[in-house]
Design a protein around this ligand. Structure first.
Ligand SMILES: O=C(O)c1cccc(C(=O)CC[C@H]2O[C@@H](n3cnc4c(=O)[nH]cnc43)[C@H](O)[C@@H]2O)c1
Length: 238
C-alpha cells in the first residue's frame, strides 16, 4: 500500500468538524464515514483525509496518533496536528492561521538554579521536530488571502496566563508564532512510524494574560475550515 492518506488529529470534536468542513469544500465528498478506533477515538474519513479526535494535551495526542498509525501501517504520508491555538503578538493575531516549521516541547525539562533546562540540554531526549511542507502550505494560504504566520509552534501542558510567561517563552523560542497543547505528542508518535508531520492551527486568543472574554473560538474554527479548504492538496496527497 502507498502512504497516500493524510491523518489530521484534533483535540476536540468541534475542531474535527471545522477541518472536515474545509476538506469537504476541497474535495466535494458528500458523505464522510465515521468509525471508532480502539481506545474510543472517533476517526472520520473524507476523500484522502482521515480526521481523528484525540483529546486535549500531548499525551492524548500521542496515544491517539500512535493508535491510528499502528492500525494502518504504510497508509499515511503525513500526520497533521490541527485546531485552535494561542497566537504570539504581533505576528499571529486572532483569526489568523499559523503553520509550524518546527514543533517544540516548550515545558519538557527541569527548573534549575540557572533557569529552565530542556530535556535535550539535560542529555536525555528531544524537544523539537522539523515539519514537512510548511513553506508550500504557508505560501498557498497566503495566496488565497488568508493571514498566515510561519514559525515554531510550541507545545505546552499549561496554557500561558501571564505577560511574564509569554515573554519568557518568546525569549526562549525566537520566532515562535503560537502555542497549543498537542503538536509534540503527535510528532513523537509519528516519528516512531517514520511519518512526516505538520502543525496547522488558527488563533482563538493571544498568548498572554488570561482573558476569557477575549477568546474568539467560533472565529478560529471558521478560519480553520477556510485553511483546510485552501491547502495545496496536490502537494500533501501525492
Ligand atoms: O482557561 C484558560 O485561560 C484557557 C485559555 C486558552 C485556552 C484554554 C483551553 O483550555 C483550550 C486548550 C485547547 O485549545 C488549544 N489552545 C487554544 N488556545 C491555547 C493557548 O493559548 N495555549 C495553549 N493551548 C491553546 C490547545 O491545543 C487545547 O487543545 C484555556
Amino acid at each position: 500500500m502507498t502512504a497516500s492518506r493524510v491523518l489530521v488529529v484534533t483535540a476536540v470534536a468541534h475542531e474535527a468538524a471545522a477541518v472536515l468542513r474545509g476538506v469537504q469544500q476541497a474535495f466535494g465528498h458528500a458523505g464522510p464515514t465515521e468509525r471508532t478506533l480502539p481506545g474510543g477515538y472517533a476517526l472520520t474519513a473524507c476523500g484522502p483525509v482521515d480526521v481523528l479526535v484525540a483529546g486535549v494535551g500531548p499525551a492524548a495526542a500521542a496515544a491517539a496518533t500512535a493508535t491510528a498509525l499502528a492500525l494502518a501501517p504504510s497508509t499515511y504520508g503525513l500526520a497533521v496536528s490541527a485546531g485552535i491555538a494561542g497566537g504570539f503578538a504581533p505576528v499571529a493575531p486572532v483569526g489568523s492561521v499559523v503553520v509550524a516549521d518546527a514543533i517544540v516541547a516548550a515545558d519538557l525539562g527541569a527548573q534549575t538554579p540557572d533557569g529552565f533546562a530542556d530535556v535535550t540540554a539535560l542529555g536525555f531526549g528531544r524537544v523539537r521536530h522539523t515539519t514537512r511542507h510548511a513553506d508550500t502550505v504557508a505560501a498557498s494560504l497566503r495566496g488565497h488571502g488568508l493571514p498566515t504566520a510561519q514559525g515554531p509552534v510550541l507545545t505546552v501542558s499549561t496554557v500561558t496566563g501571564s505577560a511574564e510567561r509569554a515573554a519568557e517563552l518568546a525569549q526562549r523560542h525566537p520566532g515562535a508564532v503560537a502555542e497549543a497543547m498537542e503538536g509534540f505528542g503527535l510528532a513523537e508518535a509519528a516519528a516512531g512510524h517514520d511519518v512526516p508531520v505538520l502543525e496547522l492551527r488558527t488563533v482563538s486568543n493571544a498568548v498572554g494574560p488570561r482573558d476569557r472574554a477575549a477568546w474568539r473560538i467560533g472565529e478560529a474554527l471558521d478560519a480553520l475550515a477556510g485553511a483546510f479548504a485552501n491547502l495545496p492538496w496536490a502537494t500533501l496527497v501525492p
